[in-house]
Design a binder for this molecule. Structure first.
Ligand code: NAD
Length: 477
């Protein structure tokens, strides 16, 4: 069991016992790490009432006061980096070096939010551009929405909470946070850090437990003015169907495609691709799932890719040299095992990996499979990548676009014409030229098209989503 970590509900600035608990287990060792409350609908109701009061409290705070709390929280994360990384590694089996990387990003995300809190503003409107607008002075202002329900996934439990909480506080909203049931400790530690940073009671409330039991209470409540959700397509669709007229942003999955057209440095391209395909066992929404390589480069690319993938170290996420550890649950690993079987039963070829041991799944490379195979057409969210050659540029663009998802894509090319063509024609929320689709910094606009979701994150863009643009007009003369 983890010592000193708070495993209670955080409501109205108080740590309260739950009515019932569940055992949180390490995905890697199966050990019980903590006992965590399974919030009931009544407890969620209390959290909503608390957030409804909290919204009035934060509304009265100045932007400087909000910025200082975010800055202080960022600073506390910096001081408690090792502890945060350890909790993260324990609860979601992220290898410790990647866990530290996530905390460094979290520190930066809250710092961006602190900066953004100070520059939320409207603009003056040139009313007299319209025939009937003469004599008017008008401007817009951005107002907080009120109560925001934030529902988050297991894979980046500190930084994706930061992407909701940071801009919500910056914009002056209160929050009820429901973290993934696999990763409650990171959310509770975040609440502890904000309490220490001086966030008033009621502004942040954390309810742990099962989305299927308490999700509806949050999503349907009319006091909630926005649901900001990051997670799977299936849950995102159900939330959107139930949310009524409240604002909804959905950050969903993908099966990201990458084109390797030409490069002066194939070695570094291969290194980036391995990182993008297998980091955190592929459980990253912008993990590379499909790579299309120009025929002339294909053999060399594949041979280097396979050779280096075989050197990845699998094992205990607490070890500094571990590259790939357990998937979040054995069920996820067995799902992928079936997908690999399906590929093997077709005409596909496995170039490396393909085996499972408990929840550990080998980094797996597949080629020659049809685009209908699960490994190509669905979101794998696993350490698995398909690599296929192409001859014509248009063919590569079509293959990348042959997906129901559209989060991010990558293109390696020495041709400016192709680079611009790719940014024009690939149907995604973001295109990375000369890097992998998995590249993200936390202030950039981020969010998908097609089944990858709706709405944008990236602190400034989340603040826009989390505020209401009010129009104010004065008839002056
Ligand atoms: P998930 O959809 O299973 O769960 C996400 C959250 O929704 C959890 O907190 C869960 O408890 C909650 N939930 C479950 N059922 C609910 C319901 N009926 N009502 C309300 N909430 C409910 O996703 P996951 O397995 O935690 O995460 C993996 C998914 O998240 C992948 O599809 C991945 O691509 C996606 N993801 C997207 C982004 C992005 O920014 N686009 C980032 C990370 C992960």
């Amino acid at each position: 069991m983890l010592k000193d970590s708070k495993t209670k509900l955080y409501v109205n600035g108080k740590w309260q016992e739950g009515n019932s608990y569940y055992d949180l287990k390490s995905p890697y060792s199966g050990e019980i790490i903590a006992r965590v409350p399974l919030a009931t609908p009544e407890e969620v109701e209390e959290a909503l009432a608390s957030a409804d009061r909290g919204k009035e409290v934060i509304k009265k705070m100045t932007s400087l006061e909000r910025a200082k709390i975010l800055e202080k929280a960022s600073h506390i994360f910096e001081q408690r980096l090792e502890e945060c990384a350890e909790i993260l590694t324990q609860e979601n089996a992220k290898p410790i070096k990647a866990a530290k990387g996530e905390i460094l990003r979290t520190i930066e995300t809250y710092r961006f939010a602190a900066e953004e809190a100070k520059r939320i503003h409207g603009e003056t409107i040139p009313m007299d551009a319209a025939v009937s607008g003469r004599g008017w002075f008008a401007y817009t202002r951005r107002e907080p929405l009120g109560v925001i329900a934030a529902i988050t996934p297991f894979n980046f439990p500190f930084n994706l909470v930061a992407h909701k909480l940071g801009p919500a506080i910056a914009a002056g909203n209160s929050v009820v946070l429901k973290p993934a049931n696999q990763t409650p400790l990171s959310a509770l530690l975040t609440a502890e850090i904000f309490e220490e940073a001086g966030l008033p009671p009621g502004v942040l409330n954390v309810v742990t437990g099962r989305g299927s039991v308490i999700g509806d209470v949050l999503v349907r409540d009319t006091r909630v003015k926005m649901v900001t959700f990051t997670g799977s397509l299936e849950v995102g669709l159900s939330i959107n169907a139930k949310a009524g007229l409240k604002k909804v942003t959905l950050e969903l999955g993908s099966n990201s495609g990458l084109i390797v057209d030409s490069t002066y440095d194939l070695d570094s391209v291969v290194s980036r691709c391995i990182e993008g395909s297998f980091a955190y066992a592929g459980q990253v929404c912008i993990s590379i799932q499909r790579i299309y390589v120009q025929q002339d480069l294909y053999e060399e690319f594949v041979s280097k890719f396979v050779e280096r993938t075989k050197k990845l170290v699998m094992g205990d996420p607490r070890e500094e040299n571990t590259d790939v550890s357990a998937m979040i649950h054995m069920d996820e690993a067995t799902r992928i095992e079936k997908w690999v079987e399906e590929a093997m039963n077709s005409n596909a070829e496995i170039l490396s990996g393909g085996k499972r041991e408990g929840a550990l799944f080998e980094p797996t490379i597949i080629t020659k499979g049809s685009s209908e195979l699960s490994v190509n057409s669905k979101e794998a969210f696993a350490p698995i990548v398909t690599i296929n050659p192409y001859n014509e540029w248009d063919e590569a663009i079509e293959m990348v676009n042959d997906s129901s998802y559209g989060l991010q894509a990558g293109v390696f090319t020495n041709s400016m014409d192709k680079a611009f063509d790719a940014t024009d024609r690939i149907e995604v929320g973001g295109v990375m030229v000369n890097d992998i689709p998995s590249f993200r910094v936390d202030q950039m606009p981020y969010g998908g098209v097609k089944n990858s979701g709706m709405g944008k994150e990236g602190i400034k863009y989340s603040v826009e989503e989390m505020t209401n643009l009010k129009m104010v007009g004065f008839k002056v003369n």
